[in-house]
Design a protein around this ligand. Structure first.
Ligand SMILES: [Zn+2]
Length: 284
């Protein structure tokens, strides 16, 4: 019997703590150093996040892909947030080639991957077929579950094609990214079509998540939670609570999603539930 979505299904909250763009000039709460990142992650974990999506930065706040920084971050999160799902970004330094996957041998639970290119506010976010194939193969080698960042409908179909070809081991876990300037805007009809497409390609119960950029983060949180998806928040995507108020922390943004879950009667997934929903290995 086909099971329809039940509103009692737990919602996984992912916190994107840093990203590659926002700096302390945008919001002093953006964690830049590894120790700031660990502290911010712990607060967010205690507030209800069960996935941390992380980029690392140089001391001058520019994006880095230094595996040594990723290693220290992973060690700190494992110590202070035992069980939390660690997801590294392979997207932080467009143009940097295979350096973007240099941290995958550290075997984080997950890594984000973009399976196509798109325009960003001031540049092309370039993901060549060769690089995508290589990143996917590294993730298989090191048992890292990919999260597909869908900036466009074609990226969902590309993920299906890669899954059919054995390049992505499990049914793809897709995140819809909406509201990046010059890429897919926040549009309810497109969002609903994305959800239907994921169900059609990967199964009625396939988990999915969504992220909105800037002021629209809250709207995507609301749409995802109320439609049976999982939600991403964090200072990477948005540094404000509202027009006048900077978010005081990543945890404050996580708390907003917890409230949305309460409003829609969805329990917040703890890390063990989140690991089970995503088919991840048990904590080592
Ligand atoms: Zn990211």
């Amino acid at each position: 019997m086909k099971r329809s979505f039940s509103m009692s299904e737990p919602c996984i909250i992912c916190v994107a703590i840093t990203g590659s763009l926002p700096t302390k000039a945008n919001n002093p709460a953006v964690p830049i150093s590894v120790s700031e990142q660990i502290e911010s992650t712990q607060e967010a974990f205690e507030a209800g996040a069960s996935i941390v999506h992380a980029h690392v930065r140089n001391e001058d706040q520019t994006p880095s892909s230094d595996p040594e920084k990723f290693a220290r971050l992973k060690e700190g999160v494992e110590k202070h947030c035992p069980g939390m799902i660690i997801q590294f970004s392979t997207g932080g330094r467009s143009g940097a080639g295979q350096e973007r996957g240099g941290m995958l041998p550290l075997r984080p639970d997950m890594a984000s991957i973009s399976v196509g290119s798109t325009n960003f506010p001031t540049r092309v976010y370039e993901n060549s077929p060769d690089l995508i194939d290589w990143l996917a193969s590294e993730m298989r080698t090191h048992d890292v579950k990919p999260e597909i960042e869908a900036f466009d409908l074609s990226h969902i179909f590309q993920a299906a094609k890669m899954h059919a070809a054995g390049q992505i081991a499990d049914a793809p876990y897709v995140q819809f990214v909406m509201g990046v300037k010059n890429s897919m805007p926040v549009d309810r009809q497109v969002f609903d079509f994305y959800v239907r497409t994921v169900k059609r390609l990967f199964g009625e119960d396939a988990p999915w998540c969504a992220a909105g950029i800037g002021a629209q983060q809250l709207m995507l949180n609301e749409w995802a939670v109320s439609s049976g998806g999982h939600a991403r928040t964090g200072l990477e995507d948005n540094v404000r609570l509202d027009r006048e108020t900077l978010a005081p922390s990543n945890a404050a943004l996580v708390k907003r999603v917890v409230e949305i879950c309460e409003k829609h009667n969805r329990p917040v997934a703890d890390y063990a539930t989140a690991r089970s929903i995503l088919g991840l290995r048990e904590v080592e």
